[in-house]
Structures are given as structure tokens and as C-alpha cells.
Design a protein. Structure first.
Length: 241
């Protein structure tokens, strides 16, 4: 079963399985907040469906530093879920309101369950600004897989991006648009037809439930993933304590 799963995952690039290809990293002061974080995305290709639920615990260590540890499972064509990796994410705010935009540094370290020696690293700037009640986000991440490549060589440093526009209309309903993409090696982009770009509508909101708060988001993305046409759905729910 493990060999079959690995063979099917070979059809989908590691970047297509990266959670930051579906969930935008934003900059917020959440000092002292503890959260349970559930995320789920799927990608429907022709003849192949990949889904990945994740569950984690996050904490606002200071007004600038947010950290989260989470585990990810992968399901192929509706089959049983397989725990594939554990990740540790850290986002550190470099500015807090002194400029027209906020800037943060995002890092994420991933450890595959079935590879005792390898890991993957992601890092890059997170930008956020607001015009009136509309929020704009633009992130640029560098990703490197330090696990041994199937060919025996090294994986290159690759470049990805995240874009989002969100209108803060009501606390429980905030419509927006998201876009994600991977262009290949950071200093030698792939030809456009081999790159991956996807975009679509998104909805955000938050509600108080007793002494806790729940934050949620949903998105439907259309475009290319792993240079193949795909339609994707993503959701995220955080229970804040």
C-alpha cells in the first residue's frame, strides 16, 4: 500500500501538495491566543483526485510571533488517509502599523513521516495592507526539499506566490479572491505552459461562540496544478481560545 501511494504521489509534484498552495499566510497580532486549526483541500485532475486534511495547534507567543505545529494526511481517489508529514510554521511580524503596510517573515519546516533523514524548508516575505475596508495580501515564498530526489540528486530552490483581496463587509461574511502559483526554480523559471497558476472566489468570516471564537474560510480555485488542469476546493476552520 505504501509503495502504491508513493507511486501515485509521484504524479503530483511536492509543491502541489504544499499547504501554502491553498491557504494564504496573513499578518495578525494574536498574542496569547491558542487555536485548534483544521484545514482541508482537494485537487481534482482528470482521472486523479488528491485530498489533504490537516490538524494543528497554534499559539501567539508575542504580539509579533505566531507559531503552529500540525500534521498532514493525504488521500488518493477517495481512499484511506495516510499520515505523510509533520510541519512547524513560524510567522514573525517585522512591522506593526508604522507604515502603510505590514511586513512579516514566514518560515515552515516540514518533516516527512517515512524519511528519517530529510526535511523541506519554506520561507519568504508576507505583505499586507488595507484601503478602506478592503485588505490586500501578497506573499512570495522560497521552497526547498532537502530530501534525496528520486534521481539521487538535489532538489532546486523553487519560487511560489500567494495573492488575496478581501472585503471586510460583515464579521460573518467577507468575500474575496485568492490566487496561488508555482513558477519553478527561483532563478530560472519554467516555460509558462509548465508553470502552475490557479485562482478563484473565497469567503471568510468569524463568529463568537460563547467564550471562544471560530474563524473560517472557503475557496474554490481553477487553473493549473503541477502543470495540469485542476479544480480545487479548500477550507480552514480555527477555534480560538
Amino acid at each position: 500500500m505504501k509503495k502504491r501511494l508513493a507511486a501515485m504521489l509521484m504524479c503530483v509534484s511536492p509543491l502541489a501538495l504544499a499547504d501554502t498552495g491553498y491557504y494564504l499566510v496573513s499578518t495578525y497580532d494574536v498574542e496569547g491566543q491558542l487555536s485548534l486549526d483544521y484545514k482541508y483541500w482537494n485537487a481534482h485532475y482528470k482521472g486523479l483526485t488528491v485530498a489533504a486534511p490537516e490538524i494543528g495547534i497554534g499559539y501567539g507567543v508575542t504580539s509579533r510571533w505566531y507559531t503552529e505545529v500540525y500534521a498532514k494526511w493525504v488521500k488518493i481517489n477517495g481512499g484511506a488517509g495516510h499520515w505523510v508529514e509533520t510541519a512547524w510554521q513560524n510567522d514573525y511580524l517585522l512591522t506593526q502599523g508604522q507604515y502603510d503596510f505590514d511586513l512579516a517573515l514566514h518560515t515552515k519546516l516540514e518533516k516527512a513521516r517515512d524519511n528519517a533523514d530529510g526535511y523541506a524548508l519554506e520561507w519568504g516575505p508576507v505583505l499586507q495592507t488595507e484601503i478602506g475596508r478592503t485588505q490586500f495580501n501578497a506573499n512570495l515564498f522560497f521552497q526547498r526539499d532537502y530530501r534525496v530526489a528520486p534521481s539521487g540528486g538535489e532538489h532546486p530552490m523553487e519560487l511560489t506566490y500567494q495573492l488575496q483581496v478581501k472585503h471586510n463587509w460583515k464579521p460573518w461574511f467577507q468575500p474575496g479572491v485568492q490566487a496561488f502559483g508555482e513558477v519553478g526554480k527561483w532563478n530560472d523559471w519554467l516555460p509558462y505552459r509548465q508553470q502552475s497558476h490557479r485562482a478563484g472566489p473565497a469567503v471568510f468570516g468569524h463568529r463568537d461562540i460563547g467564550r471562544q471564537e471560530i474563524k473560517y474560510e472557503f475557496a474554490y480555485l481553477i487553473g493549473r496544478n503541477s502543470a495540469r488542469a485542476a479544480k480545487s476546493f479548500s477550507m480552514r476552520a480555527q477555534l480560538i481560545f
